[in-house]
Design a protein around this ligand. Structure first.
Ligand code: MG
Length: 498
């Protein structure tokens, strides 16, 4: 093999990774500590850094190295490194500069309009910029190229190698199987008081409790930190993986579950092998796989009975007013199912229905089967069909999410993929780890983390999502694991037949 060319490639790529790390640090600061007036300055800094990274990635030298190396037969890991860098390079190089500039000019304009439209709950204020933005995204799809649907080329940015046809099949089956479960659970749960947990939770005490849970999960504070932001997120990678949380003084749940969720993302980013740092083998496979890690911890572990058998006494000690709430009552209250019109308020059962609505609309828009102007009407129809409700207005309906205003088309499916992958992974972990539930019930989360480390985290991008799922679980992605997980769990909690 051509050792010199490979080493040259690795060195060049490492700088591109570093530029990405700088960009994510700027983004973290923007959302946590930056003075508000610095927003324009920060925008210039971010576009400079991403511009340099783009130039380096698409440079002629990089192209030549990749061409040389992709013709040579390489051992597994090196071949994966070359395959993934080439994927990034090809995608970035295929989109002309004027289009990239236009897309980045469009983003603040579209976001601004979206904010106004949402405030006034009037989709028509957002319509023309969204039309323009979608036109640009369709151009991106044409430049990037695709076999069957232009939507494939857009999904590919977030969930590499995934095809819309496969998504449509899996999501279609999922929707059909979820529908009766959602109907039954929303009916049963309406009899329970979901405000049972509303009381005063001093924020300083929440912080201590959440940190203690993060440490038990295995989050390494020597390579991380926790701050506050309007919307929780995880940023950075390798030896600097930061979490942000938000706290609600009258409800413990938002902070508690966002900390476990972001903790799951952070464990993935901290779980790559040092020897692979600054290469694609120390990067996440896809957003769907990333989300599988957060949702596995948040829902399958963090909302499970065994987890709270172990941790509820600690929570009750932190908040003595919880001593009159039994473990059963608490467990039901953190697993309360309702058909809210708002995605970010949704529980693990109804969540995917929100995504199916967005998926169908996005796909039809990009495939020219639907007009932007019809979004509000179609949105409401689909909410009726999937969740049996109709949003009161556009603000609680088709204007609720920022994604399309940021040009993130093809992103939504990764949330539901996260749910499906997480259940499938957890089933495999349960089979391989003797008495996984027992160890979680004893507050010992180490066996699960080390399974995730050796079966998922440590590989980085060595395998594609589909190959990884097959390798780890013995089969391709299927909605059945998730459906069975829901049936078993909620039949137990509410003593019903699902
Ligand atoms: Mg997430």
């Amino acid at each position: 093999m051509n050792v010199k060319a490979y080493n040259d490639l690795i060195e060049r790529y490492a700088d591109i990774v570093r530029l990405g790390q700088i960009g994510s640090m700027l983004m973290w600061d923007l959302n946590t500590y930056m003075p508000p007036e610095a927003v324009d300055m920060r925008g210039d800094q971010q576009s400079l850094v991403s511009g340099i990274a783009h130039e380096r990635l698409t440079s002629r030298e990089m192209g030549k190295l990749l061409e040389t190396l992709s013709k040579i037969e390489l051992p597994l890991k090196k071949a994966a490194v070359v395959r993934e860098i080439k994927r990034n390079h090809d995608r970035a190089a295929s989109i002309p500069r004027h289009l990239i500039r236009e897309l980045s000019r469009m983003e603040p304009v579209a976001t601004g309009r979206w904010v106004k439209a949402k405030e006034k709950s009037d989709f028509s204020i957002f319509r023309d910029v969204l039309e323009r933005f979608l036109e640009l995204k369709k151009q991106v799809a044409e430049y990037v190229g695709y076999d069957d649907s232009p939507y494939d080329a857009l999904i590919d940015e977030y969930e590499p190698y995934m095809k819309s046809e496969k998504l449509a099949r899996t999501f279609g089956d999922l929707g059909g199987k979820l529908k009766p479960i959602v109907a039954k659970l929303t009916e049963v749960c309406s009899e329970y008081d979901e405000d049972k947990l509303i009381r005063k939770y001093p924020i300083e005490i929440q912080k201590v409790l959440f940190q203690s849970i993060l440490l038990k999960m295995g989050y390494d504070m020597g390579r991380g930190r926790v701050d506050i932001s309007a919307h929780p997120f995880t940023s950075g990678s390798l030896d600097d993986v930061r979490i942000t949380l938000r706290y609600d003084e009258s409800d413990l749940r938002p902070g508690l579950f966002s900390s476990i969720h972001e903790g799951g993302h952070a464990l993935y980013e901290q779980g790559f092998l040092k020897e692979n740092y600054m290469t694609p083998l120390a990067e996440s496979v896809s957003l769907g796989i990333h989300e599988s890690q957060s949702r596995l911890w948040e829902n399958i572990v963090g909302r499970s009975r065994p987890f709270w058998e172990a941790f509820y006494p600690e929570l009750q000690n932190a908040f003595p007013s919880m001593k009159n709430v039994s473990l059963d009552e608490f467990h039901r209250a953190i697993n309360h199912i309702s058909n809210t019109p708002v995605r970010v308020d949704a529980d693990e059962v109804t969540y995917s229905m929100h995504i199916l609505v967005r998926f169908e609309i996005e796909k039809d828009l990009v495939e020219n089967k639907m007009e932007v102007t019809d979004i509000p009407q179609v949105w409401n129809e689909l909410y009726r069909r999937y969740l049996g409700i109709e949003p009161k207005n556009d603000s609680l309906g088709c204007l609720q999410d920022i994604h399309w205003a940021m040009g993130a088309v093809g992103y939504f499916p990764t949330y539901t993929l996260g749910n499906l992958y997480s259940a499938q992974f957890f089933d495999a972990a349960s089979k391989e780890i003797g008495d996984l539930e027992g160890s979680i019930g004893n507050g010992n989360l180490k066996p699960l983390l080390s399974w995730l480390r050796s079966n998922i985290h440590s590989y980085g991008k060595l395998y594609t999502a589909d190959d990884l799922v097959k390798k780890v679980t013995g089969e391709s992605l299927s909605e059945d694991h998730f459906i069975n997980y829901l049936k078993k769990k909620y039949s137990n909690i509410y003593d019903i037949d699902l």
